[in-house]
Design a binder for this molecule. Structure first.
Ligand code: ZN
Length: 321
């Protein structure tokens, strides 16, 4: 009998960035006319929901970093990919090893959870109040198909597993459901160890090929026509370049931009502002409009800001993010 090749195990490092949509929403909120208090509150709530999801993901990252994984492996947090012209997929955590792929969907939700069927929905009861959410199984199933589509060309014999993890300590699952593995954070380690017993089916080269293939589909999260979706009239929004620290506008100086309200200084706020504006409305794709919104006269300055932004965006698709 041949001796099995010893596998090296190690704890992963995971670097998860703050969801970029938060910055876009924050910028949008600063531009609201002073009369739209209700809309401002609504955007605050949307940001809190995004942040709560992010904290749940960070909690699971902390648990994952304490689990030994068989090398080699790659973990991609917040995997956002474009599958076709109109179809995107977003996976909270993707674990890729030579034995298995595991995609994890994380819910940071408190209260009593029920999974309703036909039509599929998730019901939450908290503080005697009932709320309904999209079915997480439908979401995880769609992500599963998307993953299979992305990997189809490679034709590698790697099993793709999925799990739904409820990160909040104050969450109780009332109905059991067999459509997908459902885990609480403390069960994650046993589940991953079980998967790690599977035989290695990929060599290092194939694993690299697989990871590169996934990275090639990766694209940054960008809203399309957010004003339209939020029911906002673009013409009513405040123009200019806004401070990151407060609600003031930045004023261009010789070398920097300075906030007229809090005095903070930023070297080049144009690429980030441009990124937000392009998500507000497709009407803002025109150079003339953009210069008006950014308050700049020079075509050259806009060109440079666009170039910097495009470099930042394209770096996400080639695995350097
Ligand atoms: Zn400021």
């Amino acid at each position: 009998m041949t001796k099995p090749i010893p596998i090296k195990w190690s704890n992963p490092h995971i670097t998860r960035s703050i969801p970029p949509e938060l910055e876009t929403l924050k910028d949008l909120q600063k531009r609201l006319p002073d009369t739209l208090h209700e809309k401002s509150r609504e955007i605050t709530n949307q940001m809190l929901t995004i942040l709560s999801g992010h904290y749940g993901e960070v909690r699971i990252d902390e648990i994952l970093t304490g689990i030994l994984l068989p090398e080699p492996y790659t973990i991609i947090p917040n995997f956002h990919a474009r599958i076709s012209q109109k179809r995107y997929t977003q996976i909270d955590t993707l674990i890729i090893t030579s034995k298995f792929i595991l995609h994890i969907e994380i819910k940071n939700i408190r209260g009593k959870i029920e999974f309703l069927q036909n039509p599929s929905r998730m019901k939450r009861t908290y503080d005697e109040k009932e709320s309904y959410f999209d079915c997480p199984f439908t979401q995880i199933q769609r992500n599963h198909y998307a993953l299979l589509l992305m990997l189809r060309k490679l034709d590698l014999p790697i099993p793709v597993h999925r799990a739904l993890v409820f990160a909040n300590k104050s969450c109780e699952i009332v109905t059991s459901d067999k459509r997908c593995t459902i885990l609480f954070p403390k069960q994650l380690e046993a589940h991953i160890l079980e998967l790690s017993r599977l035989p290695s089916v990929l060599n290092k080269r194939q694993l690299k090929q697989l990871v590169n293939q996934l990275h090639s589909f990766q694209t940054p999260f960008l809203y399309e026509d957010i004003c339209l979706k939020q029911g906002l009239d673009l013409a009513t929004l405040k123009k200019g370049v806004f401070c990151q620290e407060c609600t003031g506008r930045l004023i261009q100086q010789t070398r920097n931009w300075k906030c007229g309200k809090c005095g903070s200084v930023e070297r080049n706020p144009l690429p980030r502002t441009l990124k937000h504006l392009l998500q507000f409305s497709s009407e803002l794709e025109k150079s003339k409009e953009l210069r008006k919104w950014l308050g700049i006269k020079s075509q050259q300055t806009l060109y440079r800001a666009r170039k910097t932004l495009m470099l930042q965006i394209s770096s996400i698709g080639n695995g350097t993010s």
